[in-house]
Design a protein around this ligand. Structure first.
Ligand SMILES: Nc1nc2c(ncn2[C@@H]2O[C@H](COP(=O)(O)OP(=O)(O)OP(=O)(O)O)[C@@H](O)[C@H]2O)c(=O)[nH]1
Ligand SMILES: [K+]
Ligand SMILES: [Mg+2]
Length: 425
């Protein structure tokens, strides 16, 4: 069954100077002709009068025609660049809906068709979703590299290398028709080399921190000035400050960008034993937040928890006797502002270590898991001494790559991925 021909407003909501309405599918050209009189040659723009079935003039629009499979969706496609008034857009969409075989598109349906017709792979679709959601320059650059096929090309190269390894293993099986065949030591070494290359990709920072922000958690005993430090860093009174120990109960989460580094600053309840239930729950929650912290700001003189990205803060350094910080701590005063810019610098320095290097492709969790599975297959293949098993392990690695690009076994995740797109994309 041919899929329905779909249409949607693909530009922002009216009123706007111009609104782009797209129609994609087998009936797109026929509907376009009926609507615009005739269509220009493929990939050439022409001005046309748009009329509904009753012959009533709806708008004068720039019309573009694309022929499948060389269109963004892989199907026949028509674009109408209309005047962007609310009534114009409503009338054009209404008229399109009256054509036989046409229906309004679901969010992300154009991109889904591009994927299903092989115009883009899953990593490019993920990049496009991220690109639309990108709010910072580094998010935009990272998403664009993915959407442009940066990872797809890398995966193609890996798949090719893997196929030739598989071919060598299969050839060895065919060659000797015995029960078990010893693996070729050179094949083992080549499997191991490819596994190591995949490992080096897995050791890179992932893409999520770029999207969600680096989790910076402020923690320590009660009344050490944690909430005051949060407010000072954010430049706003976001957390309640009083001289009563145990003021902060529920944690407070504030997004913050320092030097273009996306952060999520979290203030937590002061850590102490408490008989009071709400405070105790806050303290438990603080413990969990500390465990999940990417960067930990520790206030207080007591021993800090072990953490790979720990910043010790000697707070209230304006008070008599607190002028000098211990050598491993930063002297900070939320009251006078002393040490705040040094603290911000230290946070940025730690956070940068957890963010993808500019220009490097960063993998998301799904992509990392698939690559880890391919790596595991290759590792087993490299130590396997029976070539039949080696061939099987290499097949497992290939399947993992197929899942990575969306060629196999991904039906369950398509709805959630394409659901992230807006209508008309
Ligand atoms: N002099 C001085 N007082 C400060 C400074 N920072 C905080 N304080 C005071 O210390 C007290 C506690 O500050 P908070 O920011 O509420 O401390 P906290 O660690 O969040 O406290 P809990 O949430 O109760 O654990 C308040 O009376 C603040 O005014 C500072 O830099 N200098
Ligand atoms: K307090
Ligand atoms: Mg507090």
């Amino acid at each position: 069954m041919t899929p329905a021909t779909i249409f949607a407003l693909s530009s922002g909501s009216p009123p706007a100077a111009i609104s782009v309405i797209r129609v994609s599918g087998a009936a797109a050209h026929q509907a376009g002709r009926a609507f615009a009189g005739d269509l220009p040659p493929a990939r050439q723009a022409a001005v046309r009068e748009l009329r509904n079935r009753e012959g009533e003039l709806l708008d004068e629009a720039l019309v573009l025609r694309f022929d499948g499979p060389s269109s963004s969706t892989g199907e026949d496609l028509v674009e109408f660049h209309c005047h962007g008034g609310r009534a114009v857009v409503a009338a054009v969409l209404d008229a399109l809906g009256r054509f036989e075989g046409l229906r309004g598109a679901q969010p992300g349906e154009f991109t889904r068709r591009a994927f299903e017709n092989g115009r883009i792979d899953l990593t490019e679709a993920e990049g496009l979703a991220d690109l639309i959601e990108a709010e910072t320059e580094s998010q935009r650059r990272s998403a664009l590299a993915m959407a442009e096929g940066g990872l797809r090309r890398q995966i193609d190269a890996w798949q090719e290398a893997l196929l030739s390894l598989s071919a060598r293993a299969e050839a060895a099986i065919d060659y000797v028709e015995e029960e078990s065949v010893d693996a070729d030591p050179q094949l083992s070494r080549d499997c191991s080399a490819l596994a190591s290359e995949l490992r080096s990709w897995l050791l890179r920072p992932r893409s999520e921190p770029l999207k969600d922000g680096i989790k910076v958690v402020i923690a320590g005993p009660p009344n050490t000035g944690k909430s005051s430090v949060l407010n000072a860093l954010v430049g706003q009174d976001r957390a309640i400050v009083t001289d009563t120990p145990g003021t902060t109960r529920d944690h407070i989460d504030v997004p913050l960008s320092l030097e273009g580094v996306p952060l999520r600053l979290t203030d937590t309840a002061g850590l102490r034993e408490s008989d009071e239930e709400v405070e105790r729950m806050g303290v438990e929650r603080a413990g969990r937040l500390i465990a999940m912290a990417d960067v930990l700001l520790w206030l207080g003189e007591s021993a800090a928890p072990q953490h790979p990205h720990l910043i010790r803060v000697h707070s209230k350094s304006d008070l008599p006797g607190r002028d000098c910080a211990p050598p491993d701590a930063l002297a900070v005063s939320a009251l006078t502002g002393r040490g705040l810019s040094e603290l911000a610098d230290a946070i940025v320095r730690e956070a940068r270590q957890l963010l993808p290097v500019e220009g490097d492709l960063a993998l998301n969790r799904r992509q990392s898991e698939a690559i880890a599975e391919a790596e595991a297959g290759l590792r087993s293949a490299s130590v396997g001494d029976d070539v039949v098993l080696v061939a099987e392990m290499l097949r497992r690695a290939r399947t993992a790559f197929d899942r990575l690009t969306g060629r196999a076994g991904v039906e369950d995740l398509l709805d959630s991925l394409f659901g992230r797109f807006c209508l008309g994309k």
